[in-house]
Design a protein around this ligand. Sequence first.
Ligand SMILES: [Zn+2]
Length: 336
Amino acid sequence: MIDRYSRQTLFSRIGEEGQRKLGNSYVVVIGCGALGTIIATSLVRAGVGKVRILDRDFIEYHNLQRQVLFDEDDIRKQLPKAIAAERHLKRVNSSVEIEGIVADVNLTNIGRFTHDADLILDGLDNFETRFLINDVSLKHKIPWVYGGAIASRGMTMNIIPGETPCFRCLVSMVPDPEVVLTCDTAGVISPAPFIVGSLQVAEAMKILIGAKEINRDLIVVDVWKGTFQRVKVTPRKDCPACRGKYEFLDGKFRVRTTSLCAQNAVQVLNSGLRAISFKELAARLQPIAEVSYNEFTLRFTMNGHEVVVFPDGRAIIGNTTDKSLARGLYAKYIGT
Ligand SMILES: [Zn+2]
């Protein structure tokens, strides 16, 4: 065997035995942006046996500031993130089975994409899909590592079914759209996702080799302030997911889309949301788009799509019939 892992096996907590376990492991990475690229590159370099990477997006220039697996050539070739990631990583470590899949992960396919995984790593930018991961994890007893980063802050937590509190214990319901900042509205500097993604990989290594030192707290970092906190999360007694009710997997709060083909538009319905405050949404969007609103609708244009938002959270995305693109725009600019 090529001695490519010598520096890692010299680290006594991993050793030869730990390396063998990593080599026999299968990890699914959901979302391949800043977090996902850091996670995927580290797992492949560490010699995890199989890595599946799921993402629905293409690469844009504003991704290159922090998404370490991509380059200008990928953009010229108009490659989806999952495919570009797979191609780059196969050149890094040909002994790892790497599979990039271009897909919008949702309740109809998440089971199929994750059922035989040893571990799921979260590289996502939206809450709805995280709640789906949480349901699938608890239902099929697959641990997952939550991670999120925005502006200069980030957090991560391990969810080990039957052992730790779950993601719904932490965040009881999909947060109000007004409080959900996204990278597309609040910005992000690369050290935030880099450090969170790295922490997630360290936890992944420990979980995969069965180390005892697995972290059971929420870790919160702010790279601008230079602070690092551990927060104890207590299990919620009334948590539906911990009690076997998988409401996101069952579609109770799903974001539904309907093509309005006659209008070349897609309608996005979001039953998980409470009413939207146009004033706050407008304040969030103003730095990046021209926004106008009255008491009935809020309108803005993004990448050539006119978006019309209604007070109940419904939105109509114009100039497309692509439901996944519409859901993506919704998640990025309105929140899920
Ligand atoms: Zn729970």
